[in-house]
Design a protein around this ligand. Sequence first.
Ligand code: ADP
Length: 349
Amino acid sequence: MTKSSVRVCVRTRPTAQFAHDQLIVKPESRTIEVNLKKNPAMGVVNNMRENYTFKFDGLLHNSSQETVYHECMDEIVQGVIKGYNGTMLAYGQTGAGKTYTMSGGTESYKARGCIPRAIQQVFGEVSARPDQSFTIRMSYLEIYNETLFDLLAPAGVIAEENSELQVIEDSKGGITIKGLTVETANTEEEAMNLFFEGETNRAIAEHQLNSSSSRSHCILTVHVESRSRVESADRVLVSKLNMVDLAGSERVSKTQSTGAILREAMYINKSLSFLEQCVNALADRGREHVPFRQSKLTHVLKDSLGGNCRTTMIANIWGESSQLEETISTLNFATRMMRVKNEAIVNVK
Ligand code: ADP
């Protein structure tokens, strides 16, 4: 059993208005210094401290998608192929680059994000191991207003509340979603098509619910099963790779929402603040009495946080001076996340 902390990397979104005076990014030492005093537009808000220094496991500043993948995901995917669960979370305020990081940009092939790259790596690793037989399956879950949606469900039921979907915990603490479509992908191309199908359904659901992806949590999971072709074929390894694009972490008050939008914003803030509570509890006392069941998101992520998993979080920040308050809040959360310890073991079926 390997005990390891959640690995936390911060990624800055490129912007011409980067607040260089207030946000000093030092990739060599992996530190970020924040100086609120030098921000004339904002002053020091809410009695916040003026100076902060943060240090992370990785700091991705002006980094390409390839570099981000290499730093944050490559090792996790290698582990998943060997039977260890892996999770990658993208956290941060709306507009900070979570979807760009996970799914990617559409401007070029180079802009593809962690999900398509992970799919490519999974199939690359599989074809490099002819002595093992693999089954690769995929599922794509969306959590919106405490309701689970199956993004790979047959067309027509996408945006309807699917009461059949249920978070189930096995005796070892493993999490599965009962009722969720899990499709076999025989090739990289089939897997990519499933990903695109899920992305399309996500967009359709957004339209039908008049919501935006910034307000839901999306989890693409690659399920891997493998057995040796040479040794005893009874030993089957099972693992999963969760790739999670979280809802925007910004506070409700800032969005000046009313009515349905406010209710929605409250759900999101609730699930993210439950995530925060779980992370705090895990950081302070380990796995005792962690309130995972308080929200769908934390329940679904239970085995990724402090459980049998290798987890990396990318905290995306938007370094403009108008966004400094949210940036500090993201960096504080990211710092707490580094204290969460996971224990990854190979899963034998
Ligand atoms: P979020 O999912 O956190 O709300 P997005 O991923 O949608 O944010 O990013 C907001 C905008 O910034 C998008 O137009 C996206 O293409 C752009 N963007 C974000 N990160 C990068 C990056 N690293 N390089 C180029 N464009 C980026």
